[in-house]
Write a protein that binds this ligand. Sequence first.
Ligand SMILES: *Cc1c(COP(=O)(O)O)cnc(C)c1O
Length: 495
Amino acid sequence: MDGNRNNSIEINKEEFRKIGHQLIDDISDFLSSIDKKPVTIKESPSQLQSILGNTSLPEKGTPATELISRATDLLLNHSLLNGHPKFLGYITSSAAPIGALADLLAASVNPNVGAHILSPMATEIEKQTIQWLAEFIGVSPNYGGILVSGGNMANFTAFLAARTAKAPKSIKEDGLSNISQKLTIYCSKTTHTWVDKAAILFGLGTKSIRWIQTDSSNKMDNKVLEETIKEDIENGFKPIMVIGTAGDVSTGVVDNLKGISTICKDYDLWFHIDGAYGAPATIIPKYKNLFDGLSEADSIALDPHKWLYSPLEAGCTLVKNPQHLIDTYSSHPEYYNFSKDENEIAQNFYEYGLQNSRGFRALKVWLSLQQIGKSGYEKLIGEDIELSELLFDLAKKNPELEAVSQNLSITTFRYIPFNSKDDNDYLNKLNEELLNALQTGGELFLSNAIVNEMYCLRACVVNFRTTKKDIKEIIDIIIREGRKTNLKLQQRKVN
Ligand SMILES: *Cc1c(COP(=O)(O)O)cnc(C)c1O
């Protein structure tokens, strides 16, 4: 080992180049023909296991060329392709290709973005990214924050900051058990399930969540919200936070944020907005009003890995007064020598959130924001919304479809047989079976939503590869498969 360690994990320059070039060739072939592949090839877990082979931990090494080549085959040929133009399920976007290059570069330098001294340029890039994200959604550039793994973590990060800010000051030392009043939080029934996890994680318990009913337009009923807060105060509870949703995960509805903000001011509550999916749509002039009140929020969660088309994972917490994050998360152990420059303050991201060592998520977001700029996003997000509206209109015109809801880029609808006199139970069963058939068929990928007790097909367009032609073809596929599924169910009834 005298200066020449036989280092089996290093890849020499020539070999790295060769493997890398091959990988890039394979990826560019994959991306340029993704529309010609099935969205998914229905392989069961056991089929996949047998492809992988049931081998135990390898004792000896295998050359990197061989490994990368096999991994490329496994992933490119046995994955569900959410980059496919007909993938419109859940809220998972096609990933901007520049993100793949960004992740390769980020992993190669491997900055630890927990502390400035360990990641000087990466930290500054993350700070700039966060500032741009605040600008993107039109809030004050004084908002600060942190990139996290996704919407759940972004909401958690804000939740604990809210608890620190609004619960009695002793909570950081004494925990919840020394607090005489029970803390309560408020959100609409449509709020994403992260809130259950947060209530458990941060010790409030799920009974502390007041699920506020929605009005006829499916927004949180702010009148009921205020009454519930008043009632809780009278009964000795301590309300700390209201959560507004900017684009709910089922149907894309944006709460009346302005109204919530007023209530939060009146009762001195933290105003958090979950804009994981919807917040970027504020960039569309036509939709700006829908988000009135966004810039009043104490904290906002948004997900670059949804409507900004970043590859997984990238979420972001923005906080109006970032000092709240430091109050919540900062600590100064003796083993950290992250001292400040003479005059300049170096920002250490470990003080802004739950993670300590942190990867360089910002690069892929930072690059795509520059690759297409604000105007590029305005165009793509606007088109996603138009495609969703087109789907709704086509469903509305089609006698075998019922268009149910359309908000932002989410459309829900269902298949109804010609001259159907079927009851809702049958239609629910029919559409559930239809969705299962569609999801395994490989031609497209949708998910589901329950709207007013109707089991609906749900399409969420956060996909820059989807075209009008795709939307029209999706309608045709659904009609064809809907008829087939109906026939199958009818025959089952008879037999
Ligand atoms: C997607 C989503 C989440 C969860 O985000 P992840 O990135 O999946 O953790 C939370 N809230 C809303 C409104 C969402 O759309």
